[in-house]
Design a protein around this ligand. Sequence first.
Ligand SMILES: *Cc1c(COP(=O)(O)O)cnc(C)c1O
Length: 226
Amino acid sequence: MSSEIEREIAERRAGVLARIAKAAKSAERSPDDVTLIAVSKVQPDERVDAMLAAGQRVFGENRVQEAQQRWTERKRSDGGIELRLIGPLQSNKSRDAVALFDVIETLDREKLARTLADAIQAEGRAPGIFVQVNTGEEDQKAGIAPLETDAFIAKVRNEYGIEPEGLMCIPPVDEPAGLHFALLAKIAARNGLRKLSMGMSADFESAIRFGATHVRVGTELFGARA
Ligand SMILES: *Cc1c(COP(=O)(O)O)cnc(C)c1O
């Protein structure tokens, strides 16, 4: 690993952490209540290793197979790494996902609740689960429609024995994100869920104002993806 890359990545991370702290303070929140998820998808290994060297321990990936290749060994040699799935999960990959990830943020349909519940039984390991909400009701985007989310959460709890930790959303690119963050926070509050995964490179400070407990940052931390 070149020391130049190590220096660049450490600086980027410090910069993002400082912006998180500032946004939290101006929202009268504690910076400790906001976790930075480093979105490492598609990034070269040497940049990921530089991020680890800089002290980052929470990472997000959006594909099971890519995450297995990158993280199986790294997690084995560093028990402090927390790995989060932030991309769509096919139900036939539930078992692999439950075996590898510490948190799965993209539960978005009943069939997946069933296969995840079965995988949790089979693996004897229960990752944290977030429900993904399609706040913009976009056809091309995964997630439960806002009006169906309360019923879905109840079903996940009552029929599949999964207690979600929080909600996750990816707002439409062409709309002010704040409205979507506010909606996600409202749905979480009325369902007794404490955690909110929202905000990416372009809007994580806004997400923190609306109560994000987890921000998913890729580009600002690692540089542009290839
Ligand atoms: C890629 C990705 C991110 C990170 O996006 P950046 O704009 O690079 O910060 C966050 N969340 C999800 C779900 C992603 O797929």
